[in-house]
Design a protein around this ligand. Structure first.
Ligand code: FMN
Length: 137
């Protein structure tokens, strides 16, 4: 393409677990028939194309760690694209139309972890990886 691969969609409510875990995520469903990168974890940028009504505008692309998959640790079924915007738990994104630009793959699969602590250790490593990668982007 010569530029990052982009997926767009409207942010829906997830299982509201992310905030408790310390990593709130903006979820967009993977439409059947749409091209979405394979399951895994990626570094990339989230851009708010149209804010939800009443929500602030976020004009700049925001650095993110992006998970694609069904969250096997929690026996999830639906495949989604979930973005954790680095160091931002103040964002109001439900109902916003967003674009996700995939820059690099950090790992090629989602893992079914035995404990939530194990998931959190891996998520921290992913976030650190995304931060390093995007800082030199
Ligand atoms: N879920 C998994 O089951 N396995 C994973 O390997 C995994 N890796 C993730 C990596 C990152 C960087 C992020 C942001 C999420 C990852 N997840 C993974 C998804 C989390 O399980 C999910 O974000 C959390 O359960 C919150 O879901 P919710 O937004 O529906 O509340």
């Amino acid at each position: 393409l010569g530029r990052p691969f982009r997926v767009t969609g409207v942010v829906i409510e997830g299982d509201k677990r992310g905030r408790e875990l310390g990593y709130p995520t903006a979820n967009i469903p993977a439409d059947p028939g749409a091209a979405v990168p394979q399951d895994g974890v990626y570094a990339g940028w989230l851009t708010v194309l149209t804010p939800a009504s009443g929500a602030p505008a976020y004009p700049d692309p925001l650095p993110a760690a992006i998970s694609v998959g069904s969250n096997p640790t929690f026996d999830g079924v639906d495949r989604r694209v979930e973005s954790y915007v680095l160091d931002r738990d103040d964002l109001e994104l439900y109902g916003a139309k967003v674009a996700i630009d995939f820059v690099a793959r950090l790992r090629g699969t989602q893992i079914r972890f035995d404990t939530i602590d194990d998931l959190l250790v891996q998520m921290k490593a992913d976030v650190d990886g995304a931060r390093t990668l995007l800082a030199r982007d």
